[in-house]
Design a protein around this ligand. Structure first.
Ligand SMILES: C[S@@+](CC[C@H](N)C(=O)[O-])C[C@H]1O[C@@H](n2cnc3c(N)ncnc32)[C@H](O)[C@@H]1O
Length: 222
């Protein structure tokens, strides 16, 4: 059970105050992100969960805490990690960069990973699949801020680039093409590399269509 400076059972007003402190001004996005997570992981219980870019723990609060047996939460921001520890003492929260993290808890095997850092997530995700302990079915959720650079400048993160000449034209206008031609093929390559099937996937965009929020369920190849 989480501790709270406001006592057990925060009111909506108190939650909004917490969210404002977390820099989350628009709660609609927060709740849509949490809903995406709850939807893809509907059946999961007692999970080991990895939070990459855990911030003040909004996603933990709204989507994960009921599903978590063990949670490793990494953030490069010390103040956020301290606040998350205060709010959720049971979370193993650490100040660390998830793209280079090495101190994995090998007694656990993660079933859920939540990459919510907006920068270029793909080196960190690839690092996780190579080095971290995980098991299937495996659920991954990500907030990809790449569409902003893609829409503005046609820029694509290096890891996603493959034949971008035809994509640039479409992608500058259409977020579907960002997902269909860049993100999902990248995941296909990760899945093949680790003998996984993509069982299901879902995505949505923020209001400005500058961030793609997406989720996948991965299963061992049959
Ligand atoms: C959008 S906020 C995360 C919100 C958070 N998931 C929540 O539920 O409240 C992005 C966070 O990612 C962190 N971050 C960015 N790059 C990171 C990295 N490479 N490793 C760890 N944390 C990172 C930032 O410090 C920031 O707190």
């Amino acid at each position: 059970m989480a501790r709270s400076r406001f006592g057990p059972g925060e009111s909506q007003v108190q939650l909004c105050a917490l969210n404002r402190r977390a820099g989350q001004k628009d709660n609609s996005d927060l709740f849509r992100k949490a809903e995406l997570r709850r939807r893809i992981c509907g059946d999961v219980e007692n999970a080991s969960i990895f939070l990459a870019g855990s911030g003040f723990g909004q996603m933990f609060r709204h989507a994960w805490r009921d599903k978590a047996r063990y949670t490793l939460a990494l953030d490069t921001n010390k103040r956020k990690v301290e606040e998350l520890r205060f709010q959720f003492p049971n979370v193993d929260a650490r100040v660390a960069n998830f793209s280079t993290f090495t101190d994995w808890p090998f007694r656990r095997r993660f079933q859920i990973a939540d990459f919510d850092a907006f920068g270029n997530l793909y080196p960190g995700i690839a690092h996780f699949f190579e080095k971290a302990p995980w098991r299937t079915p495996f659920y991954v959720v990500a907030s990809d801020g790449g569409p902003l650079a893609f829409k503005r400048m046609g820029h694509v993160q290096q890891q996603l680039r493959r034949n971008t000449s035809s994509i640039r034209f479409l992608g500058a206008r259409d977020l579907d093409s960002y997902m269909d031609r860049l993100v999902w093929p990248w995941w296909k390559r990760i899945a093949v590399k680790h003998d996984l099937d993509i069982e299901c996937r879902a995505w949505l965009a923020n209001k400005e269509k500058t961030v793609a929020y997406y989720a996948l369920k991965l299963e061992t190849q049959s």
